[in-house]
Write a protein that binds this ligand. Structure first.
Ligand SMILES: C[S@@+](CC[C@H](N)C(=O)[O-])C[C@H]1O[C@@H](n2cnc3c(N)ncnc32)[C@H](O)[C@@H]1O
Length: 355
């Protein structure tokens, strides 16, 4: 199981797959892209799954496609109804593929040849214990975000009263839900939780809803198509007294966008990635809204670039009242990637509330 997860993770190219802000269609793979990607002819005779894996691995290598072996294995395993080649019985691998299956292999591998990420080619991906539907240009969840979810879960489980609202219902607001990976994982692990998930992208909101329905979690999730940069008023009108505010926001420095891998740059939504000049445009907006949206002692959990935590600490101290920087947490590779903050009402406000 561990090996399987690690192997799957190696297909997550770099950090962020991508597109120019607001130009959704630029990130969507088109039929033209695939046709212009000359595919090798279908084999004249019959071919086994193992032979197909080897053929496409070598073809991907020749054409400079990253992770050629994993790509080929993953696509063919998917078409045989498995998550990995290793989990298939030897007999399945050495029997001939039907002509229909062979054609499907050629179709999907040709998509990969256009540098479409495997996650979009096979239209699904695993995140923690969930299998999520994937569709371009909605951001593909990355492994480090599983660590962000773990942080939130641990806090909720250790401290069930954390930021509880007057209704005693644990609630969570996610800014920038993408495919729904974070909110749906939290809902799956916390049966008492109710979640609100918003995104500026209608594609993302639709995919989050679809994934919630597939996983049977739709009753505890409400989704909203909101751009927090433009519709702060709406956020303030809809949300208050939430226990936690979670976000993996766009946080790349704009100047780093040009060096992204083609898988990311051509297929994922640029507005999921580009955080502006210092990578903090959306982060600052979230932090400004946080005291109005959270219950007292409610927490903000952010995934950010390793350069961000000290900048966030300093910025909040000067610019946001009632929000304390609690701590920075490292990811599995020891890089400072997560910022945790907490709402602390001033004594004066607290006394007024009690009156
Ligand atoms: C890095 S992706 C994270 C997606 C998902 N939470 C995950 O971890 O896989 C950032 C998401 O924030 C959304 N987003 C970017 N700017 C936003 C804004 N101003 N208001 C709301 N959502 C925004 C993007 O559309 C994208 O879905």
């Amino acid at each position: 199981m561990f090996m399987e997860t690690m192997w799957k993770r190696s297909l997550c190219v770099g950090y962020r797959p991508c597109l120019a802000s607001g130009s959704r269609s630029k990130g969507i793979w088109s039929f033209h892209d695939i046709r212009s990607c000359s595919s090798p002819a279908l084999p004249a005779g019959r071919i086994t799954a193992l032979e197909a894996v080897d053929f496409w691995k070598r073809h991907f290598e020749k054409r400079g496609v990253t992770e050629p072996e994993q790509s080929s294995q993953h696509i063919i395993a998917h078409l045989l109804g498995a998550k990995t080649i290793q989990s298939l019985e030897q007999g399945r691998l050495t029997e001939f593929l039907s002509p229909e299956k062979t054609e499907q292999v050629w179709q999907l591998c040709t998509r990969r040849l256009s540098r479409m990420p495997v996650q979009y080619v096979i239209e699904e991906w695993d995140f923690r214990d969930l299998t999520l539907k994937m569709r371009p240009p909605v951001f593909i969840p990355r492994p480090e975000t599983e660590e962000l979810v773990e942080l939130v879960l641990t806090d909720f489980q250790r401290n069930p009263g954390m930021g509880l609202s007057a209704s005693s219902q644990q609630t969570c607001l996610e800014v920038g839900c993408g495919s729904g990976a974070i909110s749906l994982s939290l809902l799956k692990s916390l049966p008492q939780l109710k979640a609100f998930a918003l995104d500026q992208s209608q594609d993302a909101v639709d995919l989050t809803r679809e994934n919630a329905l597939r996983l049977g979690l739709q009753d505890r999730l409400q989704t909203y198509h909101i751009d927090v940069m433009k519709d702060a008023e709406t956020v303030l009108r809809f949300f208050s007294n939430t226990s936690a505010l979670v976000s993996n926001p766009p946080y790349l420095f704009s100047e780093d966008m040009a060096s992204l891998e083609p898988e990311i740059f051509r297929f994922e939504d640029h507005s999921a990635l580009d955080g502006g000049e210092d990578g903090l445009n959306v982060v600052k907006k979230i932090l400004t809204l946080a005291p109005h949206v959270l219950s007292n002692h409610g927490r903000v959990y952010l995934e950010v670039d390793p350069r961000h935590p000290p900048l966030i600490r300093d910025w909040v101290e000067v610019n946001v009242e009632e929000l304390q920087y609690v701590e920075t947490r490292n990811d599995i590779n020891g890089r400072p990637r997560f910022s945790i903050l907490q709402k602390e009402k001033s004594n004066k406000d607290h006394e007024l509330d009690q009156d």
